[in-house]
Design a binder for this molecule. Structure first.
Ligand code: KIV
Ligand code: NA
Length: 269
């Protein structure tokens, strides 16, 4: 049975923590779905981890629809959330609703997510019948405004504003709120202020849920990882080992062996 947004709200009410993980492709989505990850995020971080761009601001709607489709066709139980990319909801409420509809209708997502304190856009998307998740704290699409500092809400005033913005999004109809890179205490205050679940990433242990960037925690991405990206595996190392072995086996003739090759008999029959 499909995880639904009302179920996630019920999780919060009953104190059940849950996980969201990013997926950009069909196979990864299938593995995560079968393993019981309840929420899959087709995040615009795919601009960085799939397309190799320096930030998320260059990701297009067409790209998001393409990846949403690859993930949604794999997810049998997980709720699939599609990220609205930079430029897809900043122009007008009408633009925001149109692009949210695209992620659902063409991408197969069951919910969308957008960044920043935009209660009007959230209200309009929710009003169109699409569950929408907010995203506050570090909002990577605002990289040119927020600058280089990762951790947000580091003063009492900033935390107050964060709580106010979170309340406004929830009041507008947001079904959940991603909180990125804020101090533990800020994560706790926002979580206590809302009836809808907070989904933290670098926002401490008091959030109702956690979201992890799969590529980072599997050790697939190169380069430095943020503090919150716990390394659960070294798939980069494993894939590299396999590649070296294949190269060596082909060069030495160890691969392919007879069991990887077709006999004349089999071809003829
Ligand atoms: O795009 C993404 O992966 C995200 C998560 C970091 C929350 O928005
Ligand atoms: Na994102």
């Amino acid at each position: 049975m499909r995880v639904t947004m009302p179920a996630l709200k019920e999780y919060k009410r009953t104190g059940r923590r849950f996980t969201m993980m990013t997926a950009y492709d069909h196979q990864t989505a299938q593995i995560l779905d079968e393993a019981g990850v309840p929420v899959l995020l087709v995040g615009d971080t795919l601009g960085i981890f799939f397309e190799g761009m320096p930030t998320t601001v260059g990701v297009s709607m067409d790209t998001m629809v393409h990846h949403c489709r690859a993930v949604s066709t794999a997810a049998k139980s997980a709720l699939v959330v599609g990220d609205l990319p930079f430029g897809s909801y900043q122009e007008s409420v009408r633009q925001a609703v149109g692009n949210a509809v695209r992620l659902v209708q063409q991408g197969g997502a069951q919910a969308v997510k957008l960044e920043g304190p935009r209660p009007e856009e959230v209200a309009a998307i929710a009003g169109a019948g699409i569950p929408v998740i907010g995203h506050l704290g570090l909002t990577p699409q605002s990289v040119h405004v927020q600058g280089r500092s990762r951790v947000q809400a580091r003063t009492a005033t900033a935390v107050e504003r964060l709580v106010d913005d979170a309340r406004a999004l929830a009041k507008a109809g947001a079904s959940a709120l991603v909180l990125e890179a804020v101090p533990t205490e800020a994560g706790r205050l926002v979580t206590e202020a809302l009836e809808v679940p907070t989904i933290g990433i670098g926002a401490g242990p008091h959030c109702d849920a956690q979201v992890l960037v799969t590529t980072e925690i599997l050790g697939l991405s190169a380069g430095p990882r943020p503090r919150f990206a716990k390394l659960y595996a070294d798939l980069r190392g494993e894939i590299s080992d396999v590649a070296r072995t294949v190269v060596a086996e082909v060069e030495t003739g160890r691969y392919p062996a007879p069991e990887h090759s077709y006999d004349w008999d089999i071809v003829a029959s």
